[in-house]
Design a protein. Structure first.
Length: 238
């Protein structure tokens, strides 16, 4: 069977797409898919579709385990698959190969080869997670025309953020150099000021992140997923 190609995209779709090739970042993304119990669509070719669930992500073993596809389709080792699904309103797609057929003795599991690359296209208007003042995050750093100031992140998404600063600068349309301090990492990038509101001596800036690399996009996605889990569990992010 010939290799299955990832569907072509429009220019607008490519602008919002991350091509993830780092094994750790792929594992982090697929870990989110596993945790969210996202439905997988498996394609063997035109007109051949079935569904499944991801059950295990094993980058060290170089494989994935998925539930037996439904409707049942005979899948033999070496069969190429195009795997896709929805995560946080975005779509992920990757190619894989069947390594072991479904076996009743193992609970009808199917072993796939760990993907070498994953395409992840975000939706417009990415989900934002609120970061309360008591979240425990260190202050992020911003630079505008040589002036350095600090601010606490108020919310965060894969495409933007809001920060509350004292003595900060930046008007809508202007860009800032940013050092965003997150629970597990720091992210250095640029951001366009989209909104500016002053109240009680504090300035709140709405930012749109620009020029994120695929690696930064994947890292930010993993951080947001971790923050969401912490919020659900009522924990501080440190």
């Amino acid at each position: 069977m010939s290799a299955l190609a990832i569907p072509a995209q429009t220019a607008a779709e490519r602008d919002r797409t991350a091509i993830i090739e780092d094994r750790r970042q792929i594992a982090a993304l697929l870990g989110r898919v596993l945790h969210a119990r996202c439905l997988l669509s498996l394609s063997l070719g035109e007109g051949e579709l079935c569904s499944s669930l991801l059950l295990e992500v094993s980058p060290l073993r170089g494989c994935l385990l998925i539930d037996a596809p439904f409707p049942e389709i005979p899948l033999t080792p070496g069969t190429s698959l195009l795997v896709s699904g929805q995560l946080d309103g975005g779509r992920f797609v990757f190619r894989s190969t069947v390594e072991a057929p479904t076996l009743a003795a193992t609970g009808d599991l199917l072993q796939l080869r760990f993907p070498e690359r994953v395409q992840y296209r975000e939706r417009r208007g990415s989900f934002r997670i609120a970061l309360p003042a008591n979240a425990g995050l260190p202050a992020s750093q911003f630079t505008h025309d040589g002036m350095v100031f600090r601010g606490m992140l108020a919310d965060l998404s894969r495409s933007g953020a809001a920060t509350v600063v004292t003595g900060g600068r930046g008007a809508p349309g202007e860009e800032l150099d940013c050092l965003l301090r997150l629970p597990g990492t720091t992210l250095q990038t640029r951001a366009e000021v989209r909104s500016r509101h002053e109240r009680n001596g504090q300035l709140r800036l709405g930012l749109r992140l620009v020029d994120l690399t695929p690696a930064q996009d994947a890292m930010l996605s993993a951080e947001i997923a971790a923050l969401q889990r912490m919020a659900l569990r009522g924990r501080r992010p440190h």
